[in-house]
Write a protein that binds this ligand. Structure first.
Ligand code: PHB
Length: 386
């Protein structure tokens, strides 16, 4: 009996110590993002957006200080498992935030599941992560690759185009965005006549542009982002194709890139869950605060970083900062309505935003809102087993 008592007392003490360890001291947030390569600017914007929200909350979420650990993932899938383990095993972070590149994010999701680490994805749209691989501790503050692609396909069909070609990098994000576009376009009676690809992150577009010129489709749908998007949009215009074949894309083609693209991007129509000039108090306040903090204008990546911090904040607030209450944290992150600069959005049971897709037009350095292309669009992912 006495032994039992001692045992249970020890157990209780142990549990109390365990619980205490989860509420005392800072929450360790591991940022795994690209800080070099074609997506470097995107990684920086995500980090800045995340930190801005935390700063606005006085440096704390759910009453806990936030401590950052950083790894440059270089958008390199072959290094992804080693890189994420630097955060999980070496730094023992409580929460992973990352990344931009779908191939890298797939490896992060696998490692997060195996180690039961919370993962918030502030960009990468790989369908599997909020599809077959989904789990309670993984949520995305951004989009699935299918979503903006589908919206653009719908719009291209509405604009009366019948024959389109697609061009993108040959990896998960490219394939999935093209799938979305093709589905939306077919619904409107359009047909994709040819898909062109090149390896990530190559930017030798010339031979492919020559092929587009020869095929003369009614429209081209392109997914590139960051440095690659700058070069592609410039090359498309330099080849004179912008005069004869309208170029469309998910908003990544012109987000955070307009200054560098200059005249070549003016007038481009894209679809995305954000537009720079959304005239709402929430977006105006966010853009002002971002510009003040970082001396540069926010873009969609900054919004996604900001909203990743909002999601974590919602989870931690519900658990009063106690990360050992994992079920409370993950349920609250799924239940919250995120008051985003993009407009309010919810999270699907599989962990992906359900959100409006906007049609935007590139004007000056802004992607300006034109209309809602598809309202409250949910990713069609199936096969999610919690
Ligand atoms: C992705 O790899 O999922 C990805 C990368 C950059 C973007 C969008 C999606 O802008």
């Amino acid at each position: 009996m006495n032994t039992l008592k001692t045992l249970s007392a020890t157990l209780l003490l142990g549990l109390a110590a365990g619980a205490q360890a989860q509420t005392a001291g800072p929450i360790k947030v591991g940022l795994m993002l690209p800080y070099t390569g074609t997506y470097a600017a995107l990684g920086n914007m995500i980090e800045n957006g995340f930190k801005l929200y935390v700063q606005e909350q006085g440096g704390k979420l759910g009453g806990r200080e936030i401590q950052y650990f950083k790894v440059d993932d270089e958008s390199e899938p072959s290094k992804a498992t080693d890189n994420v383990n630097k955060l999980i095993k070496r730094d023992q972070v409580d929460v992973l935030v990352g990344t931009v590149h779908s191939g890298v994010a797939l490896a992060m999701a696998k490692a997060a599941k195996e180690s039961n680490t919370l993962l918030i994805i502030p960009n990468a749209g790989a369908g599997a992560i909020t599809g077959p691989m989904c789990g309670p501790n993984i949520v995305r503050s951004s989009f699935s690759n299918w979503q903006p692609g589908y919206a653009m396909g719908v719009v291209a069909g509405q604009r009366g185009h019948k024959r389109a070609m697609t061009i993108t990098w040959n990896y998960a994000a490219g394939a999935e965005t093209v799938k979305g576009f093709t589905e939306g376009f077919q619904k409107g009676g359009g047909k994709v006549v040819k898909d062109l690809t090149l390896p990530f992150p190559n930017v030798e577009f010339q031979a492919l542009l020559t092929e587009i010129a020869a095929q003369k489709p009614d429209a081209v749908y392109a997914f590139f982002a960051g440095g690659g998007a700058v070069k592609f949009v410039k090359d498309y215009a330099a080849a004179g194709l912008n005069k004869s074949i309208p170029l469309y894309g998910p908003g990544f083609l012109t987000d955070g890139t307009l200054e560098a693209q200059g005249p070549s991007a003016q007038g481009l129509l894209t679809t995305l869950h954000y537009a720079d000039n959304l005239d709402t108090p929430r977006n105006n306040a966010f853009r002002k605060s971002f510009a003040l903090a970082y001396k540069t204008n926010a873009d969609v990546y900054a919004v996604q970083g900001y909203d990743a911090a909002q999601l974590l904040g919602a989870g931690l607030a519900a658990a009063k900062g106690d990360l050992s209450k994992r079920d409370v944290v993950t349920a609250a992150m799924r239940k919250t309505v995120v008051d985003s600069p993009r407009g309010k959005f919810t999270i699907s049971p599989a962990g992906n935003p359900v959100q409006d897709m906007y049609l935007r037009e590139a004007k000056g350095v802004n992607n300006e809102f034109k209309s809602v292309a598809v309202k409250a669009l949910a990713d069609p992912a199936q096969g999610c087993k919690m």
